[in-house]
Design a protein around this ligand. Structure first.
Ligand code: NAD
Length: 424
């Protein structure tokens, strides 16, 4: 089951405060004016709303919801909407802070934003979910907009929900407004290639760093979280000749040293959980928390924040940790992994493929164009490779981690934008 406490509590630290430590650390590599750092220490705009909807049984129910526009120095803010029982203000602000850097790292003309509703979406019927999604847009319509703040899917929100949301927004403004939300169904102006973009982006980043990190052919890969992103990443890795040896979801985890079939895993997930495969053909059920420590070359946490922490970082056997989720490695665990010579590929680079193709979707909507799938993928590859190489070069030259280099790379672009806006 999904945990009903905040991941920031699970991880045992206030998320935004510890995320802000990245700012100071990046400023040691790329010094910026103190007033710029000061500005980036707090969100530009944060709104809290109560969403009240009618349930199918006729009763009213209210859910807390938030939307944060962290910083728009580089353009309209951009970031997903999460439906999860543990969503809280601290988490939304932290995710928006990370989005600010992610967009700067990929050089997208966006600032960072994020939204969330504290709800267990699985406990709602489809009609209740649609009412809640529409209520979210009504509550935050004054904050979002194609030139102001552009939401997208995140945990437990998908293209169907984005379709309802764009419909609600278009009704409010009285005109079709596809560019207000990305990750929409193709029929409403969604982009080809958006569905697998985040997993694909992570796959490209790893491929770009493969030589530098001496990634072996036929590498053993463990994926924590088998949702949208985890599935697409696993599929691409399998296709490239690597072996998926362990997978988990919120209901269980499995391990098989000789490799799991991704097709079978996807079918099992459709039945409810990857763990239904346990006991078949040498597949073992393992405790979900032990997935972090299975023998493998690449550990890809693709579920929630704070899943690799000080109590389990010592058990990691992988040489490479690819942060597909946002903030899956806590700061103290990050330091422990670094001391053990394990390379962490940071989230603001590893999972930036999703927002990059979201940007392509927004561009297509504004131009009234539809790009072929090959164009979307070629542009994604080109962008990811360019920025990965720049970050890798900076990390090598300055003898710093990929995370510090990525933050410094983003901070440089943010500081230039703040400076160019003038001082008055
Ligand atoms: P999703 O809802 O499709 O999948 C999440 C998966 O994690 C599910 O399979 C769920 O069962 C599993 N999970 C939940 N709790 C778990 C636990 N304790 N242990 C193991 N598995 C658990 O979400 P997603 O879109 O794949 O996103 C996953 C992560 O990636 C999130 O951190 C999200 O913010 C981040 N992310 C997603 C995108 C995107 O485009 N989808 C982009 C950037 C970052």
């Amino acid at each position: 089951m999904l945990k009903s406490v905040s991941p920031s509590v699970v991880a045992g630290y206030p998320m935004l405060n510890s995320a802000l430590a990245q700012l100071d650390s990046a400023a040691e590599i790329y010094p910026v004016a103190p007033d710029v750092l000061d500005m980036l220490r707090q969100p530009q705009e944060m709104l809290h709303a109560r969403l009240t909807i009618r349930m199918d049984d006729g009763a009213r129910r209210s859910f807390p919801a938030w939307r944060c526009r962290y910083d728009d120095s580089r353009g309209p803010t951009k970031g997903g909407i999460r439906f999860h029982p543990a969503v809280c203000a601290d988490e939304v602000q932290t995710l928006a802070f990370w989005m600010t850097f992610k967009c700067a790292v990929l050089d997208l003309p966006y600032g960072g934003g994020k939204g969330g509703v504290q709800v267990d979406a699985r406990a709602l019927s489809k009609t209740e979910l649609e009412r809640l999604s529409r209520a979210y847009v009504r509550a935050f319509a004054r904050m979002i907009g194609p030139d102001r703040d552009i939401p997208a899917p995140d945990i437990a929100t998908d293209s169907t929900i984005m379709g309802w949301m764009v419909d609600e927004y278009s009704t409010i403004v009285g005109a079709p407004s596809p560019a207000v939300i990305t990750g929409k169904p193709i029929a409403l102006g969604g982009s080809l290639g958006r569905e697998d973009a985040t997993g694909r982006g992570g796959f490209y980043v790893l491929a770009d760093l493969a030589e530098a990190l001496e990634l072996p052919a036929g590498a053993r890969v463990a994926v924590q979280g088998f949702g949208n992103m985890g599935q697409h990443f696993a599929q691409l890795m399998e296709h490239a000749g690597h072996r998926i040896v362990a997978v988990s979801d919120s209901r269980g985890a499995i391990y098989c040293a000789s490799g799991l079939s991704v097709e079978a895993l996807i079918a099992a997930k459709r039945e409810g959980s990857v763990s239904v495969l346990a006991g078949r053909g040498g597949i073992e059920a393992i405790a979900p928390e032990s997935l972090i420590g299975v023998p493998c070359d690449v550990l890809a946490p693709a579920a929630l924040e704070g899943m690799v922490h000080s109590a389990n970082a010592g058990k990691v056997q992988a040489r490479i940790v690819l942060e597909l989720a946002n903030g899956p490695v806590t700061p103290d665990a990050d330091m422990m992994l670094r001391e053990r010579g394990i390379t962490v590929i940071p989230d603001i680079l590893a999972n930036a493929g999703g927002v990059t193709v979201s940007y392509f979707e927004w561009v297509q909507n504004r131009q009234g164009l539809r790009w072929p799938l090959e164009d979307v993928r070629a542009r994604l590859k080109q962008k990811v490779t360019h920025e990965t190489q720049a970050i890798c070069k900076l990390a090598t030259e300055r003898h710093v981690s990929l995370r510090r280099a990525a933050y410094a790379h983003g901070l440089c672009r943010l500081a230039l934008a703040v400076g160019a806006r003038g001082a008055i």
